[in-house]
Design a protein around this ligand. Structure first.
Ligand code: MN
Length: 130
């Protein structure tokens, strides 16, 4: 089961993302603040972080840079979510350390495929034979 941290300050978008993640069997933790995301990521294990780029307080770029600068959280893949899709924004998100960049409203089919590719990946959290 993927443990996913969702950093999103828009309640409607959070509900959609949570629904899609839980439908795929993910365990979801959510926050609307970058500062809290850093605390959560440092104190709980996550397999994936979904990061809204436009956040109150420190934004998604800055939050991602902090995650990537901390050895304890640097290896967690971060997928950027944005409502703006401005020129240069994708490059900026990737430069901050995001692995992928998705625009809102979310393409739900594409999102499911991305989740499945992460779940099925060689470093995915395949259940151990217990
Ligand atoms: Mn936002």
């Amino acid at each position: 089961m993927l443990r996913v941290l969702v950093v999103e300050d828009n309640p409607v978008n959070l509900e959609l993302v949570k629904f899609l993640l839980e439908e795929e069997g993910c365990q979801v933790t959510a926050t609307d603040r970058g500062e809290e995301a850093l605390q959560l990521a440092a104190s709980m294990p996550f397999d994936l972080i979904l990061m809204d780029l436009q956040l109150p307080g420190i934004d998604g770029y800055e939050t991602t840079r902090h995650l990537k600068a901390n050895p304890a959280t640097a290896s967690i893949p971060v997928i950027a979510l944005t409502a703006q899709a401005m020129r240069g924004e994708e490059a900026r998100a990737l430069a901050a350390g995001c692995k992928l960049y998705l625009t809102k409203p979310l393409n739900t089919q594409q999102f499911r495929e991305i989740l499945r590719s992460i779940t099925a990946g060689p470093q995915g959290s395949a259940p151990s034979a217990a």
